[in-house]
Design a protein. Structure first.
Length: 358
């Protein structure tokens, strides 16, 4: 490889690294723009780093805005706090053994359990909230959770947050797309054809001008967001001289918010309806069908909050909890069919099966 090709490869690697974010393992990221349907991105949950997982933001032009959502990570029950670490891993911590402390964006719950949140401010918010829940009676805890759940399922607030992020970063994203094309398209073609020449140096000079303009746009866009973006001026300096920072400047702005992340189902007006309904069914099955569901007098608090939300959104029960067409007993949580004589699904922790006639 020539020196120019090596430099190009280094720029590409640094750009991909800049697209990575360490997020809560259960996070949902939506990418899109004001006039388009948004798509979802999930972290690589197999990789656990400091209680979180890496997430690759949309990297190819046209570059998009991003907005974050989180499912309910903390569910207060009578004697324990149920903590969702990943989509498939849930632990229970006794209220008496809860030892809360915050280390940057990581909330430590006891000596062995920690959860990474989206920001240090959010970690502090949950530290205070869980401390308040610990001192409440069980019924008060349930009411407090349901109130939090209602707020996190506000579809209009979620839509407004996403729209604001897209509008606020429109100029940054457009210039970043031009920057991407110039850096990885135009300059590479010029170098491949002319080699080390004054024409390549001219292309590099244009790239530097684009970075300086992007730095100025970043400072103008974030003038009213100084408290949300640490080291704002230093970051602007990096944008002015480092191509990968200039191309991803919009991510810093779109993800800087003082709003608590909504639940992923609050994105109903952003996502494709078919995909949203599939996601709603998934969340409902996991919340409603837990061990003991067939004989418990009341639903789990998650399921109660979701049922209230579905009714508010005029979603029929047959849409979010469709009856099974199976002719054998079926697990209502994972959908697996079983031979007659088996009563529970071991893969789902002992969830009671649903008979064909049910």
């Amino acid at each position: 490889m020539t020196d120019g090709q090596t430099l190009f490869a280094v720029f590409a690697l640094l750009y991909l690294i800049e697209c990575l974010r360490l997020m809560p393992s259960t996070a949902w990221m939506a990418a899109g723009s004001v006039k388009s349907r948004w798509s979802t991105i999930r972290p690589w949950m197999r990789f656990q780093i400091a209680g979180g997982s890496p997430l690759l933001l949309s990297a190819w032009p046209p570059l998009q805005a991003h907005t974050l959502a989180l499912p309910w990570l903390f569910i207060p029950e009578h004697e324990v706090l149920r903590v969702r670490l990943t989509d498939r891993m849930i632990v229970n911590i006794s209220w008496e053994k809860l030892a809360l402390r915050v280390e940057e964006a990581t909330l430590h719950l006891d000596s062995a359990t920690s959860v990474r949140l989206a920001s240090s401010a959010q970690a502090q918010t949950w530290l205070q909230r869980l401390a308040e829940w610990r001192d409440l009676a069980p019924e008060k805890r349930r009411d407090a959770f349901l109130q939090h759940a209602r707020a996190s399922l506000d579809t209009q607030a979620a839509k407004q947050t996403a729209a604001e992020a897209a509008k606020r970063t429109r100029s940054l994203r457009r210039l970043a797309t031009l920057h991407f094309i110039w850096c990885f398209g135009v300059i590479s073609v010029i170098y491949h054809r002319f080699g080390d020449s004054l024409l390549v140096l001219g292309g590099a000079a244009v790239l530097l001008v684009l970075q300086i303009i992007q730095s100025w746009l970043f400072l103008c866009t974030t003038r009213q967001m100084k408290a949300l973006i640490p080291y704002r001026r230093w970051r602007a300096l990096g944008i002015a001289f480092l191509p990968q920072l200039a191309m991803r400047a919009a991510d810093v702005v779109s993800l800087a918010t003082n709003h608590e992340p909504p639940h992923p189902l609050a994105w109903r007006v952003l996502l494709d309806e078919k995909f949203w309904l599939q996601t709603a069914r998934q969340f409902w099955r996991e919340a409603r069908y837990v061990p003991g569901w067939s004989h418990n007098d009341s639903m789990p608090p998650e399921a109660e909050a979701l049922q209230t939300f579905f009714r508010h959104e005029n979603i029929a029960e047959a849409d979010y909890d469709p009856p099974s067409a199976a002719k054998l007993p079926v697990c209502p949580r994972c959908g697996a069919e079983f031979q007659t004589g088996i009563a529970t699904c071991k893969d789902c922790g002992g969830v009671e099966l649903r008979n064909p006639a049910a």
